[in-house]
Design a protein around this ligand. Structure first.
Ligand code: AMP
Length: 258
């Protein structure tokens, strides 16, 4: 059997990173009306990495499939993923409800089977819920090795293994694992390309599979957590500027910090 890579890239639609999130009136989450949404930045890096792997290993990569679980509007970011180089994609319509990482991981597990994927590249975390759970849970459910917080990914075609350099506290760690594998992306992995207008036009013709939760009947997507409340961080009082080290020491003594 010839060697091939089938890459699955889960992408989430989140509030644009440049927007300062505001808490909704009910205090139950972030205000979502009238706000710009984009692809989660770490997922943009994941799409870019999949495309770069194909550019480097032209014959090896059979397919790059993007998948997004979210409201209808999630199709916009899937089109962006297609414009950047994904070949095909699936949208799992879950209306406005936000699924917890475990439910997302269970759906992704089924998507892996459907696509016969042997490499999943996810973002290390969604910038809206900051969970940093899904990749790890997916690897656990699949019983696959995981290389999280990737700063460099190298595929060894001959042995069908991956060498991943990981961001760790105060340094880097390089690990090696046989495929199939789950990788999660960190910020320094690459600089994603922009989706050009011609490619966005071409992306409209690429296949988009429409699915809903009922297509994943074995998945228990019931929430296990209840959000009690969401609060703004306490406002910090204004600082002061001091003119010298002596003055700084004086002030610190005043507030009994030393
Ligand atoms: P999280 O565990 O929520 O921080 O998310 C980590 C990664 O899982 C994200 O960067 C995405 O790659 C993937 N992911 C999470 N939620 C979704 C979703 N609803 N649809 C597609 N991918 C998702």
């Amino acid at each position: 059997m010839s060697k091939s890579l089938r890459i699955l890239v889960p992408v989430k639609r989140v509030i644009d990173y440049a927007i300062k999130p505001r808490i909704n009136k009910a205090g139950t989450g972030v205000e979502k009306t009238g706000v710009k949404f984009s692809m989660n930045p770490f997922d943009d890096i994941a799409v870019e990495e999949a495309v770069r792997i194909r550019e480097k290993h032209k014959k090896l990569v059979e397919n790059i499939h993007a998948v997004s679980i979210g409201p209808l509007k999630a199709q916009d970011i899937l089109r962006t993923a297609l414009a950047k180089g994904a070949d095909t994609c699936s949208h799992v319509d879950v209306k406005e409800a936000e699924l917890e990482p475990l439910a997302v991981a269970k759906i992704l597990k089924e998507m892996v089977a459907k696509q016969n994927a042997n490499l999943v590249i996810l973002g290390k975390q969604s910038i809206d819920d900051d969970c940093n759970n899904t990749g790890q849970m997916l690897a656990g459910l699949l019983n696959w090795p995981q290389a999280t917080f990737a700063a460099k990914v190298e595929i060894d075609e001959a042995n069908m293994t991956a060498r991943v350099t990981r961001e760790i506290d105060g340094g880097e760690e390089t690990v090696s694992a046989p495929l199939p594998l789950v990788v999660t992306t960190d910020l320094r992995l690459n600089q994603p390309r922009y989706a050009t207008l011609p490619n966005l036009m071409k992306a409209k013709k690429k296949p988009l599979e429409k699915l809903s939760l009922s297509d994943f009947s074995k998945v228990d997507a019931e929430p296990r957590l209840k959000v009690m409340k969401v609060e703004e961080p306490p406002t910090r009082s204004a600082g002061i500027k001091v003119g010298s080290v002596d003055e700084l020491i004086e002030k610190l003594k005043e507030v009994k910090a030393i």
